[in-house]
Write a protein that binds this ligand. Structure first.
Ligand code: F6R
Ligand code: MG
Ligand code: MG
Length: 368
């Protein structure tokens, strides 16, 4: 167990059933999850816990002093998702229990289906944190905004102006295929970093730390369900959170990265590119062609481990332009129908009939 000065923020998410189809989480599942976290706070397992959703994904936002990858916390998340699955089954919701890939909990939810972003840190006298939750997208979706927040002075003016940020940030990048990570220091290794993280289907930023002192600044979930299960089983819809202010990017500098609705993988059948639309909480209901992909941002102040918030940070007309642009891009992409680059390259599609089609037609190919 970690010492009592350090706090752990654990954000653990799963899609355990939704309605109608893959559209959104049913209120009864939200209520069940809240009940489970409330009991955990009463027992003293958690300091605080909140339940949020984005589209069909339930996000458990939990504070505690047990450190990252604590069995008790992961078991709590697992049991909560199991309890929600039971409700989903009763209501015949769609995809009940879809992200719970194994029958029994085995110490840590990593590799078992749910997405996890966890960080241990010493709580500052005032601790602003922004939790981002996405739907219909893949872990590499955070690469571009994390790059802009922590390495691009056109987004984060603090990189130029704030002495604590002037030495830059270190990025831990995960190779999703080899399950190996590398740490790259920016600005010194900025071009090396971009070579990796621009390939969003292969490399995902997992953590960011301030260079001068290693202060943890951001963490993202990087689980790829397809790689865990070996086949398409559901979405990897990722979460991440960023600590802000006082020597870290300001909340506005964090949010600035989402004013541009960049293209991400994961729209419809996990097989299409689409723009990531920044939404207010109640707008995160991906409907058109099961999309376009969504992101919501919950802002908190942490006070002795208590979650003060959430503030709905995309509830600002300043994001109306990004939403309108996302709709325009969505329309443009949709007009490509089954053609790339709207449809993903063959090897990245979550669903594919290609093996069956090729099996049937392979003998009809003639050498040219
Ligand atoms: C799920 C998603 C959807 C589904 C699609 C087909 O989050 O993005 O686009 O992939 O609706 O779903 P199934 O195969 O479950 O009928
Ligand atoms: Mg679903
Ligand atoms: Mg989802």
């Amino acid at each position: 167990m970690a010492d009592t000065k350090t706090l752990t923020l654990s954000v653990i998410k799963a899609d355990v059933g939704s309605y109608t189809g893959h559209n959104r989480v049913h209120p009864d599942l939200m209520a069940k999850a809240r009940e489970c976290l409330h009991e955990a706070v009463t027992r003293g397992t958690l300091i605080d816990g909140q339940v949020m959703r984005c589209g069909d994904d339930i996000n458990l936002i939990m504070t505690h002093r047990r450190g990252v990858e604590a069995t008790e916390i992961h078991k709590l998340a697992w049991d909560t998702f199991m309890a929600c699955t039971a409700v989903a089954k009763k209501l015949h919701l769609y995809g009940a229990g879809q992200d719970l890939l194994v029958d029994a909990f085995a110490g840590n939810v990593k590799g078992m289906g749910p997405g996890v972003a966890e960080m241990e840190f010493v709580e500052r006298p005032s601790e602003p944190v922004v939790v981002f939750m996405a739907d219909k997208c893949a872990p590499g979706a955070w690469n571009l905004p994390l790059y802009r927040i922590f390495a691009d002075p056109f987004c984060n003016a603090g990189l130029v102006i704030d002495p604590k940020m002037h030495e830059g940030f270190d990025f831990v990048v995960l190779d999703l295929v080899k399950a190996a990570s590398i740490t790259l220091s920016c600005p010194a290794e900025l071009y090396d970093l971009l070579m990796f993280i621009g390939a969003v289907n292969r490399y995902a930023i997992k953590q960011v730390r301030r260079h001068i002192d290693g202060e943890p600044a951001a963490v993202a979930s990087t689980q790829k369900l397809a790689h865990i299960a070996g086949k398409y089983v559901g979405k990897d819809d990722p979460v991440m959170f960023v600590r802000a202010q006082a020597g870290l990017p300001g909340v506005g500098e964090v949010m600035e990265a989402f004013a541009f609705p960049h293209l991400v993988e994961g729209w419809n059948r996990g097989s299409h590119h689409g723009p990531l639309m920044p939404c207010r909480f109640e707008m995160a209901n991906p409907t058109r062609f099961d999309g376009p992909p969504r992101v919501v941002a919950a802002g908190y102040q942490i006070a002795d481990g208590k979650l003060i918030g959430p503030v709905d940070l995309f509830d600002d007309p300043a994001y109306d332009g990004a939403r309108a642009k996302a709709n325009e891009i969505a329309e443009y992409m949709r007009r490509h129908g089954p053609f790339q680059p709207h449809r993903l390259p063959l090897e990245d599609m979550e669903y594919t009939t290609m093996p069956a089609i090729m099996g049937r037609l392979k003998d009809r190919f003639r050498a040219e």
